[in-house]
Design a binder for this molecule. Structure first.
Ligand SMILES: [Zn+2]
Ligand SMILES: [Zn+2]
Length: 125
């Protein structure tokens, strides 16, 4: 049998995920990443799709908390807000706003990582 990626090289083992035959260099890759180049690629592609969804979610929560912050500040400046709500609102804003920003930055970073991974590891067939 030959490696399913490198057709001209004899296979040494199998990928634990897709069970395809792997050559020595693919086997090494598998040891390092826990999947053959092909499987890892499709895993990264699906993770990339997840980050796209994550970015939309975090932008949405960022907009929501931004709007909330504006409404909160307007109400606060009017001086009509109840004391309890001032505290609750401040806690909400100070949690949700930074969390959405961190989430957004983190997800964009991950997306870049996955993208550059896919560019670097173009599979030759
Ligand atoms: Zn595989
Ligand atoms: Zn191979």
């Amino acid at each position: 049998m030959s490696c399913f990626i490198h057709k001209d090289i004899e296979s040494k083992s199998k990928c634990p995920i897709c069970q395809n035959e792997l050559c020595e260099s693919c086997e090494k890759f598998c040891d390092e990443y826990g999947a053959c180049p092909n499987c890892l690629n499709s895993q990264v592609v699906s993770m990339l799709e997840n980050t796209n969804r994550g970015i939309i979610y975090s932008i949405f929560s960022l907009i929501c908390s931004g709007l909330f912050l504006i409404l909160y500040l307007v109400d606060l400046l009017r001086g009509t807000m109840q004391k309890n709500f001032i505290i609750i609102g401040a806690i909400l804003v100070s949690i949700i706003l930074p969390v959405s920003i961190i989430l957004l930055v983190h997800t964009i970073k991950k997306k870049k990582e996955y993208k550059s991974f896919l560019n670097e590891n173009k599979i030759e067939k």
